[in-house]
Design a protein around this ligand. Structure first.
Ligand SMILES: [Zn+2]
Length: 238
């Protein structure tokens, strides 16, 4: 069999994007939500690399529990990834706000948000950070076109973070920078990361860490910087 790169995303005739997990191969259903797909990958990656999940035990016919290494304590199963459920919270180290297996995808979530935000020309009119900018930011995001519906819903669901972004003293006023700034500030909102922590974590995530994670998940990007989660027809070489 030829060792061909298998894309994770493809465009369907109706315009929707279909995502497939290459780690599960044909064993799992396709995903039609980007964030749902990322959550699936976070779970797959955690099962492979999280130190507390390396001693699975089969319980009954098909339940998998995880024995905590060095103890007799068992984690009774693992639901789908959700940073807010107790099973996943238990897998955080003290003071850790986000699982490293999720942090590695923050740049992707940032880029995915930037793709939608960069279509909003009014963003470049926001020159400085203040309360007015915060309010305008929310109303501009509300005008996002339907082809970026998932991004729009995510941003508006975390409108308090959006307002925090609008009053962030580091606001980048240069036209064209705002979309990326807002996107990277908002990527960690779901984990309760402040706008500056979200940007900082994206900066600190190295290309080597990301490559290692993608390799674990059987994902081969066409180029080192390619957005591997975009359908081929939307990818650009840069
Ligand atoms: Zn999978």
């Amino acid at each position: 069999m030829k060792n061909e790169r298998q894309p994770v995303a493809k465009m369907r005739p109706d315009g929707a994007t279909e995502y497939r997990c290459r780690a599960c191969g044909g064993l799992c259903e396709p995903h039609y939500s980007f964030l749902g797909f990322i959550d699936h990958l976070i779970r797959d990656l955690s099962v492979r690399t999280h130190p507390l999940l390396q001693q699975p035990r089969l319980v009954g016919d098909d339940d998998i529990w995880y024995q905590i290494p060095g103890s007799t304590k068992l984690l009774p199963g693992l639901p789908g990834y959700d940073p807010h459920v107790p099973e996943w919270k238990e897998l955080l180290a003290p003071k850790q706000k986000i699982h490293p297996q999720a942090q590695v995808f923050l740049p992707d979530i940032g880029d995915w948000l930037a793709m939608a935000l960069s279509t909003l020309n009014d963003l470049s009119e926001l020159k400085s950070s203040n309360v007015t900018t915060a309010e305008l930011l929310v109303s501009i995001v509300a005008t996002t076109a339907d082809n970026f519906k998932e991004q729009k819903e995510y941003l508006l669901r975390h409108s308090a973070h959006l307002e925090q972004t609008g009053t962030d003293p580091k606001w980048l006023a240069k036209p064209g920078n705002q979309a990326r700034f807002v996107a990277h500030s908002m990527a960690g909102a779901r984990w309760g990361l402040t706008t500056s922590t979200s940007r900082e974590m994206i900066r600190r995530t190295t290309a080597a860490e990301r490559k290692e994670a993608l390799t674990q998940l059987n994902i081969t990007a066409r180029t080192a910087r390619a957005n591997w989660w975009l359908p081929d027809e939307l990818q650009t070489e840069n």
